[in-house]
Each structure stands twice: as C-alpha cells, then as structure tokens.
Design a protein around this ligand. Structure first.
Ligand code: FAD
Ligand code: NA
Length: 388
C-alpha cells in the first residue's frame, strides 16, 4: 500500500482534489470513505422498483455562476436544461415559491402591481416595533406578519424543531421577496442536472489509474487500512470528515441538523406534478416531498408508478448524519479553536462541508477544492512548499 496522498471522503470536495492531483500532477492518490458508496451526499441510485433515479441524501440541484467550476464539471458530465421550481402547500392551497408577486397576489386575492405589492409588504413589516429579538420578530420586520405566518413560521418551526420565537434573530439576515412573477428558484448563470445521473458523474471523476477508492473504510478505525494513527505524518492527508471528530471532540461537539427521509412507491404516474412540494403547515410533520421523476422529464420513466420521498428535519445526535451546521455562538467559538488545532496539524488539510463546518453547495465545494489544489497542493508537490 503506497500513495502520495490520502484523501478522506469521496464527496465532491475529495474527488475534485483526487482528480487534479492524479490528472495534473500524476500523483498516486488513495481515497477512502466510510460509507459503502462513492460521492458523499450527492450520491444517487436507481430505485429498483421504478427505475427512477433517487438522490439518497435529499434532492441535489446543480447551479453555479462560476465559469471555472462550470467548465470543470462539464469535463465529466453533460447537463440537462432542467430549471428548478418549488411550490408550497399552505392550508390546502398551493403557492409558488420563493415568495414572489404571484404568491402575494394569490395570497391576497389581489392584482397588485409590483409597486403596490412592495408598499403592502413595507406597511406590514413596519408594524413590528423595536429591534427584533428573535427569528419570528426578525422575519416580521422583513416581510410582515401575514406572509411570515403563512410561509415561514410553520416551515421554520419544523426545520428547527423549535418555536421560531426561541430561535436567534441572526439565523436569517434576509428573506427575499421578488416583485415579479419570476419563480425560477436559482438565479445562477448555469443550471442543470447530470444527464446520466450524479453517480455516473462522480465515478467518472474517480476513473483514473492513479486513483484508488476504498469504501467501507473509516479513518478513525485503527483496525482498517489508511487509518489516522498509521497515516498522519507519513503522507499528506486531505480530510473532508467532521473537524470536531478529527480532534476527538476535544473542544466539544459542533452542532448539526440532520434529516430523515421516508420513501414510498405509489401505483400512479404522477403524485404531485412537480419535483419539490414544501409543506408550510405545522400540523404536517414533514417539511417537503420530493418526487424524483420530475427531475428528468426527458427520461423514459414508467407511467404507472412513481417514487416520492418525505423529508423530516431534526437536531443531529452523534450517530446521525450531519447535514446543516446549526452555527450557534458556541459553535462558532468551538470552530475557531478547532481551526487553531487544524493549522498546527502538519501535512493535514481540512476541506469540504464537514471539514470546515460550513454549508457548501456542490459548486462551492468544487470551487473550494480547486482553490486548495492551486494554493496548497500544487505548490507543495511541484515546488516542495510546506503544507499547512
Ligand atoms: P460530502 O459529500 O459530505 O462528503 C464527505 C464524505 O466524507 C462522505 O462521503 C463521508 O462518508 C466521508 N467521511 C466522513 N467521515 C469519514 C471518516 N471518518 N472516514 C472516511 N470517510 C469519511 N448542493 C447543491 O449544490 N445543490 C443542492 O440542491 C444541494 N442539496 C443538498 C441537500 C442536502 C440535504 C444536503 C445535506 C446537502 C445538499 N447540497 C446541495 C450540498 C452538497 O451535498 C455538498 O455540497 C456536497 O456534499 C459537499 O461535498 P463534500 O465532499 O464537502 O462533503
Ligand atoms: Na494543517
């Protein structure tokens, strides 16, 4: 077993580093992942019952305005012209999201012009007196009580399993309202879904004679190859697992939200007519339902069955998959002390969403990995500069 570099984690961050180091620098790269599949949270698989591609860790939509990232990812896959839209059900009525002129006019049974809608929202928002002291007040100060009650309150309470009046105002800095009928979800220059699915894309990145991917292998399990005790100090390591775990939770746990998914195959061709339906009412336990067939209208999927996935949100325990950083003031303080430890950890670089305790979209994870390659790994391996 020899390699020039060990990468812990086969998500987009790890595979981007693997690709650049193998293809550009001709290094021998070993990648390990503790899961039984490649790709981290972007992994998808074909549901055996319906033949429909399912994103196992929640719907993944690719979008970016970064030309370098877009050109980079297009080496590995083509993209469909898919454009994401989201709707929300509130009190048995369906509204377009994000909140836009169509949402407001439907909600108010009105025909406001953009200017009239803006004036209405400003008037509602002005009703909050004083500085907002919690998330609820902050939201009301931004969009007013009526829109908050309908579209934010229940959804947020379910996402955080906490009354929004007990959540910090800082969790939201803005709640965008569009005063046009544009309900395209993302506003990036480039958007689409990988034509042959996420897993084919991720596998293509790893498909090189210099790259070895070993699954079911945990960096912290000393009975397995490529574990921390054996490797650190021997060869450089890029670590994309949780930074608090790396340091044995020495400064305490960083807190995360996790998601639970329940999927169901239904004997009908179309359940909801759209890929993602949010549920704004607090009385419905789940936050949203994904119907995967709608991500690929170009595919030949069966018209007598469909697969849906209900999404539930809660705080993560040690054994749960960490999904979204909670980012309390205590978390931020702990993160700073972990960053200090990371700096002193010679020949180990920390990256990706777990290694930096940051929510990163796929294009951000890829962009950050390309920067780490440019700024740290290439200078180290070509000019012998230290890795720190
Ligand atoms: P990950 O994909 O998490 O990969 C890290 C890998 O490290 C994992 O495979 C893990 O098993 C492995 N690992 C951890 N610890 C160890 C260990 N001890 N030993 C070995 N391996 C280990 N992005 C978008 O652009 N669009 C979206 O629509 C979108 N939707 C999302 C929905 C959800 C619910 C979530 C959670 C994320 C979403 N993302 C989306 C973000 C996307 O998943 C991330 O950008 C991407 O996963 C980041 O890649 P990564 O390599 O940093 O981390
Ligand atoms: Na380091």
């Amino acid at each position: 077993m020899t390699a020039d570099l060990l990468i812990v984690g086969s998500g987009f961050f790890g595979l981007t580093i693997a690709d650049r180091c193998a293809r550009e620098l001709d290094l021998k790269v070993q990648v390990i992942d503790r899961r039984d599949h490649i790709g981290g949270n972007a992994y998808s698989e074909i549901d055996p019952e319906t033949g429909i591609e399912v994103h196992r860790y929640g719907a993944h939509l690719f979008h970016t305005s970064n030309k370098r990232v877009w050109d980079y990812v297009n080496q590995f896959t083509d993209f469909t012209p898919y454009v994401h839209h989201v709707y929300t059900t509130y009190k048995d009525e369906v509204f377009p999201m994000p909140i836009n002129l169509g949402t407001i006019n439907q909600f108010q049974r009105a025909a406001y012009t953009p200017e009239e809608a803006r004036a209405w929202v400003v008037e509602q928002a002005a009703m909050l007196e004083g500085e907002p002291t919690n998330l609820e007040e902050k939201a009301i100060s931004l969009i007013g009580q009526p829109l908050y009650e309908a579209f934010i309150k229940g959804y947020t309470a379910k996402q955080w399993q906490t009354d929004p009046r007990e959540l910090a105002a800082e969790i939201i800095s803005r709640l965008p309202v569009r005063y046009t009928y544009d309900n395209r979800y993302f506003s990036d220059t480039y958007e689409g879904l990988p034509v042959d699915g996420y897993t084919a894309w991720l596998e293509k990145m790893a498909d090189h004679p210099n790259i070895t991917v070993t699954l079911d292998t945990d960096f912290f399990d000393e009975s397995q190859p490529w574990n921390k005790a054996d490797v650190v100090g021997q060869i450089p390591v890029v670590f994309t697992g949780p930074i608090d775990r790396y340091f044995d939770f020495k400064h305490g746990d960083l807190s995360w939200r996790t998601l639970d998914f329940e999927s169901e195959v239904l004997p009908i061709g179309d359940f909801q007519g759209t890929p993602v339906m949010n549920y704004a009412d607090e009385s419905i336990d789940y936050t949203r339902i994904h119907e995967f067939r709608h991500f690929h209208p170009e595919r030949d999927y069966p018209d007598d069955k469909t697969i849906i996935m209900r999404e539930f949100s809660r705080f993560a325990e040690h054994t749960d998959e960490p999904y979204y950083p909670v980012n309390t003031p205590q978390d931020r303080e702990r993160l700073l002390s972990y960053r200090e430890l990371a700096k002193d950890e010679a020949n180990v670089l920390f990256g990706g969403r777990l290694g930096t305790y940051q929510y990163l979209d796929m294009h951000m994870a890829i962009g950050a990995a390309l920067s780490m390659y440019d700024n740290k790994l290439a200078p180290h391996f070509t000019n012998g500069l230290p890795l720190d």
